[in-house]
Design a protein around this ligand. Sequence first.
Ligand SMILES: Cc1cc2nc3c(=O)[nH]c(=O)nc-3n(C[C@H](O)[C@H](O)[C@H](O)COP(=O)(O)O)c2cc1C
Length: 343
Amino acid sequence: MRELVRPIVQAPMAGGISTPALAAAVSNAGGLGFLAAGYREPEGVAVEVAELRALTDGPFGLNLFAPAGPPADARAVERYAARIAAEGELGEPRHDDDHFDAKLALAAELAVPVVSTTFGAPAAAQVEALHAAGCAVWVTVTTPAEAELALAAGADTLVLQGFEAGGHRGAFDDLAPNDLGLLALLRLVAGLTEVPVIASGGIFDGAGIAAVLAGGAAGAQLGTAFMLCPEAATSPAHRAAIESDAPTAVTRAFTGRRARGIVNRFMREHDAVAPSAYPEIHHLTAPLRRTARESEDPARMHLWAGQSHSRSRSIPAAELVAELAVETRGARTTATAGSAHRG
Ligand SMILES: Cc1cc2nc3c(=O)[nH]c(=O)nc-3n(C[C@H](O)[C@H](O)[C@H](O)COP(=O)(O)O)c2cc1C
């Protein structure tokens, strides 16, 4: 993190949204671009890393999903499948570990500069293996307790994900309370450790970045703010929803794990009965969400987005990083002048 020219991290966004072109544009602009390895086969991840390396000599990150807990209650999944059957084609609700060990080994083999995990921390021995390969290890946390676990495993940097954030909650346990807003989480964790922390959730401009830097963060990780960039593979229906001022909510309706998205009909109709069952429900709903995306039907898609989505800018990623950097400097100067004036 310290070698970054700009304290701006482009969040990994699984489902194809954070492309090598997006990550390269951010890294080339002095920020840190990220690839998302979640849901992908290791072979596909290796191809994306090679594509990214062809586009940038800068540092970049690769994000992995830590394995989910034990298999979900099969009857709860069956009940939910019966409930949503009329929505369209359903998939097989299987349990898997998203090839976590194979992707960790791949990241080490490819000496990826930054490896981050969400939904949990790697084991201490896995962190050691990544360190031996020259990889820095970042772990996403949503509570001080998760921060302690990540530090005990040997994490080099913590990514603090506030409740404002778009996409899945990075919580280690989907059923544990993890609703802390970003400022509360930042101030609660900043005092626990000397390791750098990156703040994430609802940040869309330089004033937001300056605010988390003032709160003790070494940088800011922005997701939704990059989703309208031409380099992102965000679908047209998803782009239109992000440009709107529609409200967001956290739901298990699409994947069986809490995630923040723009409220739509599917979420409204099924949220209250969706069980905690990840990745079973992710696999169950995958075909119907794919069809919805292909037919541009926003009522049945997961429209992941953070609380500030309507302020995302439809400009190339390099321009966005440059604008954010200028705004951050301006906001920091204003804050300093303000305190001098008052003080
Ligand atoms: C579409 C989308 C996909 C996401 N996928 C991932 C992912 O694969 N891994 C991950 O660690 N975080 C993922 N996130 C969460 C981001 O890392 C980050 O916490 C979030 O985008 C920050 O909030 P913001 O969107 O308001 O900036 C995703 C977020 C979005 C919006």
